[in-house]
Design a protein around this ligand. Structure first.
Ligand SMILES: [Fe+2]
Ligand SMILES: [Fe+2]
Length: 149
């Protein structure tokens, strides 16, 4: 398996979760429920974005610079993260709900850009041995840390 296959598969799961959030958000009655959903998104997205930042920025740095996307890739992760943190400080249900839906929309847009530009670029520039060894690193990173210390 290539790293791009692994990351793409994660995107699919996120899209399923986003579908659920978009359907459920209008029906949520309390601020706590919105914050709770947002906390799940934050936790899962953080792990996904960290993996991309750690495994992609290095090997693809020169390409990002060429297409002028070096900062964008990382900045979009940070922007989404900042909005998730802002949501947790919000005291109004309406505002929290609209922030959550905005975050979902921004994430979908970001994923789409990765699927159209970043993943194909990685498959073009990195050889298959590298793509496979990055997927092995992904597998290690994704393992739940041992609870026995
Ligand atoms: Fe990303
Ligand atoms: Fe991604």
């Amino acid at each position: 398996m290539k790293i791009t296959d692994a990351l793409f598969a994660e995107h699919v799961v996120f899209h399923n979760m986003f579908d659920h959030i978009e359907a459920a958000a209008p029906k949520l009655k309390t601020l706590a429920e919105v914050k709770c959903l947002a906390a799940v998104v934050e936790c899962l997205l953080q792990a996904h974005s960290d993996t991309e930042d750690e495994l992609f920025i290095g090997p693809l740095e020169h390409c990002f610079e060429q297409i002028g996307h070096r900062e964008t890739f990382h900045e979009e992760h940070e922007q989404i993260e900042r909005n998730l943190q802002l949501l947790q400080t919000t005291k109004q249900l309406k505002k929290a709900r609209s922030l959550l839906l905005g975050i979902v929309q921004a994430s979908r847009k970001h994923f789409d850009k990765e699927e159209r530009i970043v993943f194909p670029m990685a498959e073009l520039v990195l050889n298959s041995k590298t793509l496979i060894s990055l997927a092995q690193l992904w597998r290690v990173q994704r393992q739940v840390p041992s609870r026995n210390g």
